[in-house]
Design a protein around this ligand. Structure first.
Ligand code: NOJ
Ligand code: CA
Length: 553
């Protein structure tokens, strides 16, 4: 299936290269230090020049920013600090005119605590229909002063917060509400049909505005076992997650009923709207979310945790391809996003490094090997872009941008920092505003400052600097995306497994990709179309590199 910019193609998402924009950190149009839609609209030519097929826009909705916008106060509007609905329409038009689709983030597990529904629930009191949209319970113990269960938040601490009782003059003795994330993110009760209807309407609201697809936040958490007494669940970890659809909090079978309802809504449109699930479930259960009568795709996150290791890459890739086939979906290659330490840094650190602990040293212990990290990051990207399926890129990775490890503690925005009693820095190091120019306030991000501090070395990674350097990572991404669009991208492919330390992928259409892990490799016959590191006259590919070769006819 060749890649297409035809905006009526219903299968576009199967092979798309999707670029994630974290709007507050992409480009600032009005100089207030916060990225916005005006800044993004200005950069549409940059995105078109990069050669991507779609933009995934992380939350831009009105929000108290307790969790970088994943605490949504109004699902049908734009945060005034980011822009207006009119500007959103302008953005959609500009992207579509450039042949680029737009995917928006839908956050259905929880709203922000400023959402009118949550405010109404607080005011209405126990037993009200307003409270039934969320998960309110009486506390345990004689005076209800203990949380209703031992459930914990992903960000640390109890997943329950107590609220004042509106019927008591003192406000004492109120109920507790559930929040699997920050207290400012109350969980919806998805067994309530009103919640289901509301989200169908929200999907329609954006689809009507021309949005092409949806990225579904924590898709695996919507259905919960709320039967009394609430079951014990004191720890959230892969090791305790049940893989048979009966886990108390995650990946329960009932969640699929919700997404079948979403598919019906998405199929009301022509072409049908696409979706991708962010689901942290047991590997065998990932394909369930991607079934054709559900969301269509699930993120494959294996490679965001695997070190630079030939066997681990080979196995992860194989498994992801099998799972995609099983679901009738296409695979989703991911190396970085706004929740993870950037891959140029991960690959420059020892394989067994404890990343949160490393961040607590401000990135000083151990010191990352930037050269190796960047070489591997470039090689990994070219390897994944040579595979069948779609790829999700995160803003800044096209610059080879490393993680900002040394954000001072007092500048952190991520709720992880406060909720864990200042023992974990969280995810801000991947969310620092992008450098566009080597100088100027905020390196061209805007005419003012930057909401997270940018390090001096950002100058070296600025778009303008890399634009002028033919060997830059930016120009490598441009070339790779351009070639990928031209070369046949059909599903037909095979691995050649005859060399240690090498992954060789042969694609239909007469081309192949060779990646070296810690070893050099003589390249097979054929023209070298592109390589992540220089190939000498001897046709030897250096270690930690990828080359794409056109087979001899
Ligand atoms: C996943 C998002 O990617 C992350 O940034 C957010 O904190 C949680 N979901 C909660 O919405
Ligand atoms: Ca701004």
């Amino acid at each position: 299936m060749p890649r297409t910019r035809d905006l009526t193609d219903p299968d576009w998402w199967r092979t798309a290269v999707v670029y994630q924009v974290y709007p507050r950190s992409f480009a600032d149009g009005n100089g207030d230090g916060i990225g916005d839609l005006a800044g993004l609209i200005d950069r549409v030519p940059y995105l078109a020049g990069l050669g991507i097929d779609a933009v995934w826009l992380s939350p831009f909705y009105p929000s108290a920013l307790a969790d970088g916008g994943y605490d949504v106060d109004d699902y049908r509007d734009v945060d005034p600090r980011i822009g207006t609905l009119e500007q959103f329409d302008e953005l959609v038009a500009a992207l579509h005119a450039a042949g680029i689709r737009i995917v928006v983030d839908i956050v259905p597990n929880h709203s922000g605590s400023g959402h009118r529904w949550f405010q109404a629930a607080l005011a209405a009191g126990p037993g009200s229909p307003e409270r039934a949209r969320y998960i309110f319970r009486d506390g345990l113990g004689e005076d209800g002063s203990q949380p209703p269960s031992d459930w914990v938040s992903h960000f640390g601490g109890s997943a329950w917060t107590r609220v004042p009782d509106p019927s008591s003059a003192s406000g004492q003795g109120g109920q507790w509400y559930l929040h699997l994330f920050a207290p400012e993110q109350p969980d919806f009760d998805w067994s309530n049909p009103e919640v289901r209807e509301e989200f169908h309407d929200i999907l329609r609201f954006w689809a009507d505005r021309g949005v092409d697809g949806f990225r579904v936040d924590v898709a695996h958490a919507l259905a919960k076992d709320l039967s009394e007494p609430l079951a014990s669940y004191p720890r959230i970890h892969r090791d305790v997650l049940k893989d048979d659809g009966t886990d108390v909090l995650f990946d329960r079978d009932e969640v699929h009923d919700i997404f079948r309802g979403w598919r019906d809504v998405m199929n009301e449109y022509d072409p049908p709207r696409s979706a991708v699930a962010e689901a942290w479930a047991a590997p065998a259960r990932l394909p369930l979310y991607a079934r054709p009568d559900e969301l269509g795709q699930t993120f494959e996150f294996d490679l965001v945790v695997e070190p630079w290791d030939r066997a681990r890459f080979r196995e992860s890739i194989e498994n992801a391809l099998v799972r995609a086939r099983e679901a009738g979906a296409s695979s989703t290659w991911v190396l970085s996003n706004h929740d993870i330490v950037r891959h140029a840094t991960r690959f420059g650190l020892p394989a067994d490094v404890d990343l949160p602990a490393w961040l607590m040293t401000h990135g000083t212990d151990p010191v990352e090997d930037r050269r190796t990290g960047l070489a591997r990051a470039r090689a990994a990207t070219m390897l994944l872009l040579a595979l069948p399926g779609s790829a999700y890129l995160y803003q800044g990775e096209e610059l080879g941008l490393p993680e900002v490890g040394d954000i001072p503690f007092d500048a952190l925005e991520d709720p992880i920092w406060e909720r864990n009693g200042h023992t974990e820095k969280g995810r801000d190091g991947a969310r620092v505003p992008l450098p566009w120019t080597p100088d100027g306030p905020s390196f061209g991000f805007g005419s003012g400052g930057s909401h997270l501090p940018q390090p001096e070395w950002f100058a070296d990674y600025a778009v303008a600097v890399e634009d002028a350097d033919p060997s830059s990572t930016l120009n490598l991404y441009r070339a790779a995306l351009g070639l990928r669009a031209q070369l046949a991208t059909g599903d037909g492919f095979r691995f050649v497994d005859d060399r240690d330390g090498v992954i060789e992928v042969v694609r239909d259409g007469g081309w192949r990709s060779v990646t070296t892990f810690g070893t050099t490799a003589a390249l097979p016959d054929g023209d070298v179309l592109l390589s992540s590191a220089p190939v000498g006259a001897d046709r030897v590919l250096p270690a930690d590199a990828t080359a794409w070769i056109r087979d001899r006819a």
